[in-house]
Design a protein around this ligand. Structure first.
Ligand SMILES: Nc1ncnc2c1ncn2[C@@H]1O[C@H](COP(=O)(O)OP(=O)(O)OP(=O)(O)O)[C@@H](O)[C@H]1O
Ligand SMILES: CC(=O)N[C@H]1[C@@H]2OC[C@@H](O2)[C@@H](O)[C@@H]1O[C@H](C)C(=O)O
Length: 391
């Protein structure tokens, strides 16, 4: 059987641009194989990026503006899909995550009588029907809603894909994404009821607070701390790391999910106020926030995993932050920390690849969520199918 050529499109909580992956996919589960034919990140037009960030930070917009924004994002995603195919045979399917602008986890303590009020809510803009119309390619979008309707968080969705692409016969692994937000998939060594033992959750801040700090200290001249060099020149202030780590989210048992609603501008401003009390330099603030990111990840492994992994594989933009990687290595003691690149899966494009696989599974009628990772009551088909009727 020929592999299926699929485009995965993703823009994450960093809102730094659209990751596009053109992949060839074959197999279904343990025989699942992907080949990355092309991967590119396409920056958002500056004005569009500003609007998205403002809305994520709580700015009010009218319904008409919301519709315009939805279409502008769909247009940018369509252009990304068209560009990634240049010089390659065309794709037959698009899996488009869209742009998250709001995420509200389910209220797990809700009264039984008001369960309908306790469902989560997650909004990704960039409507699939417009992408399908503009590209002429069947597009699957809105991946999170079915899991949420089944009582889940709608996130993280990548662990099932991680399990098949990065699971190992003898080795327990944590696949740690460090995007705007961090998330982990814990994949024990393959055994009989292996799939049911996989866990996943959002660990907390990835780069979101670090990026906000860099933008603050440079008056917007820089958007992130390249390779973590600035943070590496400072010293983490441990009492603040401990104070911040005492926050509820880090102690909540999985399944759990979060976003810029919690680890965004307000959270960063509170960090900054705390840091001012101790007169920390910008470099020390960056080092202290980096330490929070690393410590929250390791603390969550030690608290919520049945056993520590034998290897940690990093992915997402934060895997390029050498200082953060170094701090993770120190906190994880003897557990090796590599990136997914080191085992042959692109760390930069893994999320885009995952949404290509989720779209492919949707077409084959294979569920994409893992109830242990999202908290859903059952496995469900993920994504809404938008077939192109004008082609
Ligand atoms: N060379 C680098 N050094 C340090 N940090 C980097 C580097 N390259 C990228 N980053 C960080 O990675 C971030 C982007 O990561 P990524 O694209 O994985 O996030 P995302 O997909 O938007 O987020 P999420 O996974 O939460 O949805 C940037 O905002 C920046 O902070
Ligand atoms: C609502 C939303 O967009 N959540 C993202 C975000 O980015 C990282 C973390 O928070 C996460 O788990 C999730 O995305 C990944 C791709 C997921 O669903 O697996």
């Amino acid at each position: 059987m020929h592999p299926t050529r699929v485009i995965g499109l993703m823009s994450g909580t960093s809102v730094d641009g659209i990751d596009a992956a053109l992949v060839e996919i074959s197999g279904t589960d343990l025989d699942l194989k992907i080949e990355l034919v092309a991967g590119e990140t396409y920056s958002y037009p500056a004005e569009l990026q500003e609007k998205i960030l403002a809305i994520c930070a709580g700015a009010a917009i009218s319904m008409a503006e919301l519709a315009e924004l939805d279409d502008a994002i769909a247009l940018a995603f369509s252009q990304a899909a068209q560009n990634i195919q240049i010089g390659h045979p065309p794709a037959t399917l698009i899996g488009s995550h869209g742009q998250t602008v709001y995420h509200r986890p389910p209220q797990i303590n809700g009264e039984k009588t008001s369960l309908h009020l306790s469902l989560g809510y997650s909004l990704q803009l960039g409507r699939g029907d417009l992408i399908s119309r503009l590209t002429g390619i069947t597009t699957i979008s809105n991946f999170r809603v079915a899991d949420i309707a089944a009582g889940g968080h709608g996130a993280p969705l990548v662990p099932r894909v991680d399990a098949y692409l990065l699971g190992h016969p003898q080795e327990g692994r944590c696949i740690q994404n460090i995007g705007g937000i961090g998330n982990v998939a814990y994949i024990p060594a393959r055994c009989d009821n292996w799939l049911s033992q996989i866990l996943g959750w959002d660990t907390g801040p990835g780069n979101s607070l670090l990026d906000l700090a860099v933008q603050h200290f440079t008056d917007g001249a820089k958007s992130y701390d390249e390779n973590g060099t600035w943070a590496a020149s400072g010293t983490p202030y441990q009492p603040l790391v401990e104070k911040w780590l005492s926050q509820d989210y880090f102690h909540l048992p999985p399944p759990k999910s979060t976003g810029r609603e919690l680890f965004g501008v307000t959270y960063f401003n509170n960090c900054l106020q705390d840091a001012q009390v101790y007169q920390l330099s910008p470099a020390d603030v960056l080092a202290t926030i980096t330490e929070l990111t690393a410590a929250s990840i390791v603390h969550s492994y030690r608290t919520f995993l049945p056993q520590m992994p034998q290897r940690v594989l990093l992915c997402g933009g934060g895997s390029r932050n050498l200082y953060l990687k170094h701090r993770l290595e120190l906190l994880l003691a003897s557990i090796p920390v590599l990136t997914t690149d080191d085992v042959g899966l692109s760390a930069a494009f893994k999320e885009a690849i995952a949404f290509a696989v989720l779209a492919y599974w949707r077409q084959l009628g294979i569920p994409g969520n893992l109830p242990a990772a999202t908290g859903a009551e059952q496995e469900v088909l993920l994504g809404e199918v938008h077939s192109n009727s004008t082609a």
